[in-house]
Design a protein around this ligand. Sequence first.
Ligand code: AR6
Length: 174
Amino acid sequence: MVGARIEAVRGDLTRQRVDAIVNAANSSLLGGGGVDGAIHAAAGPELLAQCRELRRTTLPDGLPVGDAVATGAGRLAARWVIHTVGPNAHRGERDPALLASCFTRSLEVAAQVGATSVAFPAVSAGVYGWDVADVARIAVAATRGLAPTGSVELIRFVLFSDAALEAFEQALRE
Ligand code: AR6
């Protein structure tokens, strides 16, 4: 069995026509700025309602750093939003394994829901202060190192800037 195809593109994560998009959320799951804010704005109130329901039921203390959980995607073209929480460099969270876990756990959750295509942002490379080149190397190594993940055939990194795209293209070349 061959692994998933991995690609990097410049674009807006909220506009991707894939089964699942991954949200760079925070532990509260109740929204924020950056790509999280853009996803909630584009998905509409149903997404926040589902996140609140998760907090009320299975995740009363929030989603731990490095873990991932799926919800529906409201008005987005995607079917699922997979929320993950990256390590926050400003709080001293600099363990590459925690960031790698965001990508591997998200892909495990994607396989659990049966997604065939998954789009990721550069988790932790914005508000959470990681160097995008480090994020790119860790993300590419984590997704490449994974055994074929069930249903997932396409992994797409969607970058918001030319600099971030270049970092991911470089990591994919290595
Ligand atoms: N499409 C693709 N990438 C985007 C988009 C978009 N629409 N918008 C931003 N980015 P960030 P983090 C890029 O800050 O560092 C939130 O408040 C952005 O340029 O969204 O994990 C959460 O609630 C950057 O390269 O996520 C958390 O509190 C990358 O996405 C906190 O920020 C990630 O930047 C999470 O911080």
